[in-house]
Design a protein around this ligand. Structure first.
Ligand SMILES: Cc1cc2nc3c(=O)[nH]c(=O)nc-3n(C[C@H](O)[C@H](O)[C@H](O)COP(=O)(O)OP(=O)(O)OC[C@H]3O[C@@H](n4cnc5c(N)ncnc54)[C@H](O)[C@@H]3O)c2cc1C
Length: 375
């Protein structure tokens, strides 16, 4: 049977857009069906860190994947900027995770040592910097008196996530992909001769393969192709200040200064279901911590607060899986889609074309959530 498309990607958020962009660059005819602006869309409300340091603690495969993704980001960004003609405001000058007491610093040192030990084949990418060393490296950074030091991931960076998303859409189209917004997928049918028919309202399209990458919307789609992955939303709130003179030379966990000069302060981690409210309590907590790190922020006006929902699997680690009951259907879910965009557009898109996920991805199958408890 011949199809109009090789692959239909359900979802045009941070993960779907990266996969679609990657596939379209590998000579595949790709249709990307995206939902509505009113959908939950972490792609349009996230913090913009491209970050590996500390990620995948207790999960070396996720640690390796995150590190490779940040290593691949410079080339990914260069290509994406060249193809889309958009500036991503991507910088990779490292990233800090501040410690607000000697005890915190010692605990973080222990944590990072154990994190490095998980992947002994990789050169250490994160160092602990005490306060004196922080002052030496970043003389313009006026630290709060409680700051004892920080871990510093030399591969980390940040970008404007709205531009990253827009650029992936733009470059996808330029690579010959077809994007339909406001086309939420409602049904996926397996065809008897192989392949799928996908319905979005009155729109129908057929393809040999389907990839579900619809963030929290994937819960409804996965079971249609035997890929029922448990997901939960986790609310994150973010604050933004007015534009300020440079005060943060590199991004930090929960604190970064954008190219325009605004400072983003974040982020909460709240299990409140699908409630998108912003709260004074969340704002107060984030501001209190930010002021302990950079007291000069006290002079800044806050101009915005928003919240968005993370796409969380039960253990917080990504899911990549192929359907057994519906060969040709895949699902991709993660909570750090900006960081992993280089992976989704690169190695993951390539694996989809090969039709076999590499052995290194087997550990990310959602079958891990079905382990029977023994009495
Ligand atoms: C507060 C916050 C801060 C974050 N900070 C960072 C960070 O600093 N760095 C980082 O790497 N990650 C960060 N993230 C995570 C990152 O934003 C997400 O990992 C990423 O957006 C997930 O991409 P996604 O495509 O799976 O989902 P989303 O980006 O949410 O997109 C889902 C898309 O699927 C579409 N959709 C839904 N249902 C359907 C359907 N039935 N058919 C078709 N389309 C559908 C929606 O319209 C939407 O466009 C943050 C997230 C939050 C909430």
């Amino acid at each position: 049977m011949s199809f109009e498309y090789d692959v239909i990607v359900a979802g045009g958020g941070m993960v779907g857009a990266a996969i679609g962009y990657g596939l379209a660059g590998m000579n595949r005819r790709v249709l990307m069906l995206d939902g509505a602006d009113t959908d939950f869309r972490a792609a349009k409300a996230n913090f913009g860190l491209i970050w590996a340091h500390g990620k995948g603690f207790g999960h070396p495969a996720y640690q390796r994947m995150s590190l490779q993704a940040v290593k691949d980001w410079p080339e990914f960004a260069m290509q994406l900027e060249a193809e889309s003609g958009m500036e991503l405001a991507y910088e990779r000058n490292g990233g800090l995770n501040f410690c607000l007491s000697e005890d915190e610093f010692n605990a973080r040192t222990h944590h990072i040592t154990r994190w490095h030990a998980q992947t002994p084949e990789l050169a250490p990418s994160t160092q602990m910097l005490d306060r004196a060393e922080l002052n030496r490296r970043f003389p313009s950074l006026r630290l709060g008196k409680e700051v004892a030091g920080a871990s510093f991931g030399e591969l980390d960076g940040h970008a404007n996530p709205l531009r990253v998303l827009a650029a992936m859409h733009q470059a996808f189209l330029q690579r010959g992909g077809t994007l339909r917004s406001n086309h939420a997928v409602k049904a996926i049918h397996k065809l008897s001769g192989g392949g799928f028919e996908v319905l979005a309202g009155t729109f129908r399209a057929r393809a040999e393969r389907v990839v579900i990458a619809a963030g929290l919307g994937s819960s409804a789609l996965g079971p249609m192709v035997g890929l029922d992955v448990p997901l939960r939303p986790q609310r994150g709130q973010i604050l933004v200040t007015e534009r300020l003179a440079p005060l943060l030379p590199v991004p930090a966990s929960g604190l970064r200064q954008t190219g325009e000069g605004t400072v983003m302060i974040g982020v909460t981690q709240e299990d409140v279901g699908f409630d998108l409210a912003t709260t004074a309590e969340g704002a107060a907590r984030m501001v209190r911590k930010a002021l302990r790190i950079v007291p000069d922020l006290a002079k800044a006006k806050l101009i915005r607060q928003w919240s968005c929902l993370r796409v969380m699997t039960p253990d917080g680690n990504p899911v990549y899986a192929k359907s057994i009951s519906h060969p040709g259907a895949d699902i991709a879910l993660c909570h750090s889609g900006v960081t992993l965009a280089s992976f989704h557009a690169g190695a993951y898109a390539k694996a989809l074309i090969d039709g076999v996920l590499p052995a290194s991805l087997e550990i990310f199958h959602h079958g891990r959530f079905n382990v029977q408890k023994t009495a």
